[in-house]
Design a protein around this ligand. Structure first.
Ligand SMILES: [Zn+2]
Length: 141
């Protein structure tokens, strides 16, 4: 399952540059992460940016980018903005590098069932899936 708190602690401790959390997947733990971040003195606080994407259930969800430095934050924003223009495996490769995974872990992931099928933005969802999900939500609203 998710271990957002551990991921974010590694960013705070400079062991990795980036963590991305899907708030709606695990609001309780995500809320704890946000509490930890806001309790830090500003000089130790990573960059935190909220964005709307697709969650692992294929529905719109709130995510947080937590980046140790501004360069990583900008690279992550740029990659996410290009999600529909980059082949899925390449997107996953670049996202995996930003998240600090080893080359071996990334290639294992790209070959996995999750990597092929997960509809979430972080796995490289395309815009058609996003539009369809948004329409479904509007219809039910
Ligand atoms: Zn995913």
């Amino acid at each position: 399952m998710t271990d957002y708190l551990n991921d974010v602690r590694e960013v705070i401790d400079d062991e990795r540059n980036l963590a991305i959390i899907e708030y709606d997947k695990c609001p309780l733990e995500a809320g704890r992460v946000l509490d930890v971040l806001s309790a830090l003195p500003p000089s130790e606080r990573p960059f935190v940016e909220r964005f709307r994407g697709l969650g692992e259930n294929g529905k719109p969800a709130t995510h947080y980018i937590i980046a140790g430095d501004l360069f990583t934050l900008r690279q992550t924003e740029r990659l996410l903005a290009q999600v529909s223009n980059i082949p899925r495996a390449e997107f996953q490769q670049r996202m995996g590098q930003l998240l600090g995974y080893s080359a071996e872990d990334i290639s294992d992931f790209i070959g996995s069932e999750i990597a092929r099928n997960c509809p979430c933005t972080i796995c490289g969802r395309d815009d058609l899936a996003a539009e369809a999900a948004a329409k479904r939500t509007q219809y039910h609203a």
